[in-house]
Design a protein around this ligand. Structure first.
Ligand code: ZN
Length: 68
C-alpha cells in the first residue's frame, strides 16, 4: 500500500500496489506512476532515495572503520 496526495482533489489517498502502473529508476530518485483512485488520472511521484541509500551508506561507513 502507498499513501499519495492527489494534486487534483488535494486529498490523501491510500493506493494499492496494483495501481502502480510503472516504476522508473533514476540516478537520484525513483519515479512511480500511480493510477489515482480519487480522480482516475495517473500521477507521477518521486521517492526520496534516502531509505534506499541509507543501508549502503552505513555499510561504507562500517567498512571504513574496519580499515582505520
Ligand atoms: Zn488524482
Amino acid at each position: 500500500m502507498l499513501l499519495i496526495t492527489c494534486p487534483v482533489t488535494r486529498t490523501d489517498e491510500l493506493v494499492a500496489d496494483r495501481r502502480i502502473r510503472s516504476v522508473t529508476n533514476h540516478p537520484s530518485h525513483i519515479a512511480m506512476h500511480v493510477e489515482c483512485p480519487a480522480c482516475g488520472r495517473v500521477h507521477t511521484y518521486r521517492t526520496g532515495r534516502r531509505l534506499e541509500a541509507a543501508p549502503a551508506a552505513d555499510g561504507r561507513q562500517a567498512k571504513e572503520l574496519v580499515h582505520a
